[in-house]
Design a protein around this ligand. Structure first.
Ligand code: SF4
Length: 356
């Protein structure tokens, strides 16, 4: 286990080092409190600060806290925690990497060579797809699209790139952003893990700590904003159907109505949204919406999960983000979280401005 593995625990070499050291994770979580505490810090700091906190002094503690943190975040029943964790690990690694690309003195001081951009390209099988040219780099368009699809900003759109011979130009800083995405995907790979009971039971208290941090942050507070362009594909499809006047089956109508209620629309706003439907019945829609909202029934219903949506053929046009979430509300949370301020104009505000 060397310093590079502790700094960059997502590297394949770091995983091999842990395997070769014959580490038994069940034993670690049961006996090594330093590792467990650092793992909790990795996860909680990812939620509160979007980075994973300062490195532990011990290389062993720092390195082993990474697989334990992945276990921990798998035991917490929240997509948003896993996504934030992967993104924070990538952001922290990215910050360390960008200083090392220019200066490896720090790594030499701890007896390990710096991680170069070329080494990272090899790590992610990109050394053939990315080529150095006079004024930067060129990247094959297929892998570029794969990584750039989830990056925010017009500059990542293919229309703004000088495509030539199946490659796009990239400045060094842009290539680093692509590498950060590759790291994030590597960290998120396989999450949530299937955790054996023997390990899970040792981490009950730590899972509670992470869940408390999550509930203090109350990510759902963001879901009081209605931006239909950021809805998951399934809900956009259902909303389009309603507004076109399609007659939706009961399960589909329940899905979109509960989704709209869960993200903060009032009964009257949902009724207004449906009003363009020619088969619209104001009283019936109001009755159904109040029922779903728990105002005329003992239960406030939550929109169906992706698994249920799939079972009823309501999952339509899933995209890359859908692979990382298990609930349409999580999809929307992620989109709101990633959106620029100007993208976040609430549908109700737009309607009010249009009427003025
Ligand atoms: S995977 Fe989930 S969020 Fe994505 S389209 Fe299907 S049901 Fe909707």
């Amino acid at each position: 286990m060397d310093a590079r593995h502790a700094r960059y625990p997502f590297l394949a070499g770091a995983r091999t080092a842990v395997e070769e050291a014959g580490v038994d994770l069940a034993d670690v979580v049961a006996t090594d409190q330093d590792v467990v505490e650092r793992a909790v810090e990795r996860v909680t700091r990812s939620l509160t600060d979007r980075e994973v906190g300062p490195m532990a002094r011990s290389t062993r503690v720092e390195l082993l806290s990474y697989p334990v943190a992945r276990v921990l975040v798998s035991l917490v029943d929240a997509d948003v925690a896993r996504r934030r964790y992967a993104s924070a690990e990538a952001a922290t690694a990215f910050e360390r990497l960008t200083t090392e690309f220019d200066d490896d003195a720090e790594m030499r001081s701890v007896g390990s060579s710096a991680l170069t951009r070329d080494a990272l390209l090899r790590e992610f099988d990109l050394s053939v797809a990315v080529r150095r040219v006079d004024d930067g780099y060129r990247m094959d368009v297929a892998p570029y699209l794969e990584y750039a699809a989830s990056l925010r900003g017009e500059e990542w759109r293919l229309t703004g790139r000088a495509l030539a011979d199946g490659t796009v130009p990239l400045e060094a800083a842009e290539l680093d952003r692509i590498l950060e995405r590759a790291i994030e995907e590597r960290v998120a790979e396989g999450l949530p893990l299937s955790v054996p009971d023997a390990i899970a039971s040792e981490l009950d208290r730590e899972v509670e700590t992470v869940e408390e941090t999550l509930s203090d942050l109350d990510f759902t507070r963001d879901i009081d904003t209605v931006v239909p362009e950021l809805f998951p594909p399934c809900m956009q499809h259902l909303l389009d159907g309603i507004q076109r006047g399609d007659h939706l089956p009961h399960h589909s109508r329940f899905a979109i109505t509960s989704f709209l209620a869960n993200i903060g629309l009032s009964t009257e706003e949902i009724v207004d949204l449906y009003q363009v439907n020619p088969g619209f019945g104001r009283e019936m829609t109001r009755y159904q919406t109040d029922h779903i909202r728990g105002e005329s029934s003992p239960t406030e219903y939550t929109a169906p999960s992706c698994a249920t949506m799939k079972a009823y053929d309501d999952c339509v046009n899933p995209d890359d983000l859908c692979d990382a979430i298990s609930h349409p509300l999580s999809y929307y949370e992620v989109k709101l979280d990633d959106a620029d301020d100007e993208e976040l104009t609430d549908w109700r505000e737009r309607e009010a401005t249009a009427e003025d």
